[in-house]
Design a protein around this ligand. Sequence first.
Ligand SMILES: [Zn+2]
Length: 108
Amino acid sequence: MAGSDIIVCAQCGEDQDAKNIRCARCGASLETTEQRQRRLADLEESRREAERSDVTIQRLPGFGHNGTPRAMFGTKEFFSEMSNQMRRRYYVVVAVVVITIVFLLRVK
Ligand SMILES: [Zn+2]
């Protein structure tokens, strides 16, 4: 293979691709301490980065300082912001409440 560097494992003497972190034969680390620190630092950095964007996604609207305020409950805007699933549930709850009230009034 042209272009790929070959390094020799210090532990077992096996030729290894320089891209490998560990020896495929004996599992000894092929990295220098510097390379390892660099790799772990990059990993930590990307982990923090991922966490940061995750937190941004999870932030609830209407809470905190960056959230967009939700429409007031019961207003026309609130209803149009509602998802179809929520709307269906809303109808079901309203229907159940109405049926319950009618039932209670008839029992009396
Ligand atoms: Zn080895």
